[in-house]
Design a protein around this ligand. Structure first.
Ligand SMILES: [Zn+2]
Length: 92
């Protein structure tokens, strides 16, 4: 059973030292397989809105446990739906 997982990590903002939340989506073919099709879905500081995609300060990002994510295909999320289409193509 192919499932999509959302990973979140948080690190310190270069501008204000606030929390930057970075997300990525990965696909797992089944319970025991490795994750594939990893897509960065963006990063943003919750404090000042700075879009910082890489951690530049010393220290480790805080990783949150991945959660299963069911994503719907919508017209607005053209990038995301493209990814989903790609995933579906691989499946057939
Ligand atoms: Zn900031």
């Amino acid at each position: 059973m192919r499932k999509q997982y959302l990973h979140l990590s948080v690190y310190s903002c270069d501008r204000c030292s606030g929390p930057v939340v970075a997300g990525s989506l990965a696909v797992r073919e089944n319970e025991i397989s490795k994750e594939t099709d990893i897509q960065q879905v963006g990063a943003i500081c919750l404090s000042c809105g700075h879009r910082q995609s890489k951690m530049t300060k010393l220290g480790m990002p805080r990783q949150f446990p991945p959660v299963e994510w069911e994503q719907q295909i919508t017209a607005d999320a053209s990038h995301s739906s493209m990814v989903v289409e790609e995933v579906l193509n691989h499946a057939t």
